[in-house]
Design a protein around this ligand. Structure first.
Ligand code: ADP
Length: 330
């Protein structure tokens, strides 16, 4: 609104200046007090006068925008994260991938209880599917493991260590996350994948893309891995974004993978290829996989199926014979 007012007044002033000069100049010429050479010269002066005024106005606009941006940036950087490492926090190393939720209850700040007394142990290398109606607390459960929030009651342990007793950096380095809502930065595909592990080499990034079935797509792009993905990945399809997220998670070589509806945005064949890849990687590297899914057919690939409803575990079903993804139809 302010800019609208400012720009409109500026333009009005600039236009009115020329009108006044021509009107008054014309009147003076008619009265014989001025000749037309004087009027033309004066008009040229006005044109020269207007140009720096426009520049000054643009500068004022840019300056205010920049200043407001800087202010927001400083404010954000000064925010103290609510979750801090304990003073005696230890590094989580040689991760096996066992996760234990010990009577966990959780309430979002200023909201009612979302999870209630969840008791669950996922063994290292196990694939667990979490199913249940929307709003039951499945995603929340997965967000507690990398300590995006602290539990309200109970504790979560990774390899027997309470997540509050290990450094967040080492904890999150060990966990790969594929969320439903993929966040991509306005940068190249390469950098978006590398975000999973900033010290990954170009070869490792390319290998992660290959494993996430992304290489074919990248080859058809004009600049390959250096293609700019746009703000929040606007230039990629939903499926491509999802596969970048998977490549990002795989670039970390995590011991624990949390997937929230990983095939939600993918077509049948790509979804199947990705799940097969996750299953094969899990079996090869002993990676623990916790997968949230609405697709009941997919539970056939899991060692155990946990049903979560209204914030509690209502059913645990052991799958005696988990099937290879290639044999599952949905
Ligand atoms: P699911 O993954 O099973 O669909 P969620 O874990 O996303 O369930 O949500 C469980 C409940 O927690 C819902 O009632 C939801 O509204 C609430 N919830 C989710 N995220 C937040 C949040 N950031 N702040 C407050 N409430 C939330």
């Amino acid at each position: 609104k302010e800019m609208g007012l400012f720009n409109a007044s500026m333009e009005f002033f600039i236009c009115i200046l020329s009108v006044v000069v021509i009107a008054v100049g014309g009147w003076l010429i008619m009265k014989g007090q001025m000749d037309y050479v004087g009027l033309i010269t004066f008009s040229l002066y006005i044109t020269t006068f207007i140009s720096p005024i426009r520049k000054l106005a643009n500068f004022a606009e840019m300056f205010s925008n920049g200043f407001a941006g800087l202010h927001r940036f400083i404010e954000l950087m000064a925010t103290e994260p609510t979750i801090q490492d304990a003073p005696d926090a230890v590094e989580l190393s040689q991760v096996r991938g066992e996760v234990a939720l010990d009577h966990v209850s959780f309430t979002y700040p200023g909201s009612s209880e979302v999870l209630h007394d969840i008791d669950l142990t996922v063994a290292a290398g196990e694939t667990v599917a979490i199913v249940g109606p929307s709003g039951g607390g499945k995603s929340t459960l997965c967000q507690l493991v990398p300590r995006f929030y602290d539990v309200t009651e109970g504790s979560i342990r990774v390899d027997g260590l309470d997540v509050r007793q290990v450094t967040q950096r080492s904890l999150r380095r060990a966990i790969g996350i594929v969320q439903q809502d993929v966040f991509l930065f306005a940068d190249t595909i390469r950098e978006n994948i590398r975000y999973g592990r900033p010290d990954a080499t170009d070869e490792e990034v390319e290998q992660a893309a290959h494993r996430a079935e992304l290489l074919e797509d990248i080859r058809t792009m004009p600049q390959g891995f250096d293609t700019y993905v746009g703000e929040r990945g606007a230039m990629l399809s939903g499926g491509q974004k999802q596969r970048v997220a998977i490549a990002r998670a795989l670039a970390k070589n995590p011991k624990l993978l949390l997937c929230d509806e990983p095939t939600g945005a993918l077509d049948y064949h790509t979804g199947k290829a990705i799940l097969k890849l996750l299953q094969d990687t899990g079996r090869r590297t002993g990676m623990t996989i916790i997968i949230i899914t609405h697709n009941s057919a997919l539970t056939a690939m899991a060692d155990r199926v946990i049903q979560v409803k209204n914030g509690t575990v209502v059913d645990v079903r052991v799958n005696p014979n988990p099937r290879p993804v290639s044999e599952i139809e949905w």
